[in-house]
Design a protein around this ligand. Structure first.
Ligand code: SF4
Length: 238
């Protein structure tokens, strides 16, 4: 029996990962025989990690970061997922040189979350992130707002958070998505959230991106923050 394998046209590493890998390779070429520490795997692909490991890329976790011998003469790569501000402070305290490969799309999302937080603070509003709890990108996002956001992984978690009051329906709410989540699921989540706020029978405004929240009123601002490269993959797979 023969098996035909079709390679999806959007498959392969995304732009953010390709950029991080090429910056790592450039550094290792310029520092022949040296090493470059990567905080977390630069890519989720064993063969590629082995190839880069052969050139001097050393993948470490947060605990190992604290135990790098002579950190002031070493370099740390921040991968495309990004990191919370605390990681940069720690690297600076240790004397590490940092190559920041945070994907520009993630950097924009981090900035947008910080701005939303500043907007919401005076109104008592809430930030919601649709993403995977504990995922590096989500930790990086939470770090932008001192952890003051509710993370939901799916509709079930959203419903529970609405029932137990973790997500309130009497204040402005702004929702963001981790860049790699499913656009269809995000849209369903936003729909349920919008409906719940509407049913709470308070004045409701729904906006897409950048709307001003009003004190004492429920409102929902949906930020379209799924990476377009990821969105097109989901479309192909649908
Ligand atoms: S935002 Fe998109 S391009 Fe950037 S790292 Fe994530 S998936 Fe890759």
């Amino acid at each position: 029996m023969s098996l035909q394998v079709e390679i999806e046209k959007h498959s392969g590493f995304c732009g953010g990962v390709i950029r991080a890998i090429s910056r790592a390779e450039k550094f290792l070429e310029e520092h022949s025989g040296g090493k470059l520490y990567s905080l977390g795997a630069i890519v989720h692909n064993e063969a590629e990690l082995q190839r880069l490991g052969g050139k001097g890329l050393v993948t470490i976790d947060k605990e190992e970061l604290l135990n790098i011998p002579t950190p002031s003469s070493e370099t740390l790569l921040i991968r495309a997922h990004g990191e919370p501000p605390q990681t940069y402070s720690l690297a600076s305290k240790l004397g590490l040189t940092v190559i920041d490969c945070t994907c520009p799309v993630v950097l924009r999302l981090q900035k947008s979350i910080r701005q939303a937080y500043e907007r919401l603070k005076p109104t008592g509003g809430q930030l919601i992130i649709f993403g995977k709890i504990g995922h590096a990108e989500v930790l990086g996002l939470l770090g932008q707002v001192d952890g003051d956001a509710v993370v939901i992984e799916n509709i079930g978690m959203l419903r529970s958070a609405l029932v137990d009051g973790t997500i309130r329906t009497d204040c402005p709410v702004e929702i963001f998505s981790q860049t790699t989540k499913s656009p269809v699921e995000y849209s369903q989540i936003c729909k349920v959230l919008s409906e719940s706020l509407r049913q709470a029978q308070r004045p409701l405004r729904t906006e897409t991106c950048g709307g001003e929240a009003v004190h004492g009123q429920a409102s929902l601002t949906v930020h379209n923050t799924i990476c377009s490269q990821v969105a097109s993959r989901h479309e192909e797979l649908a």
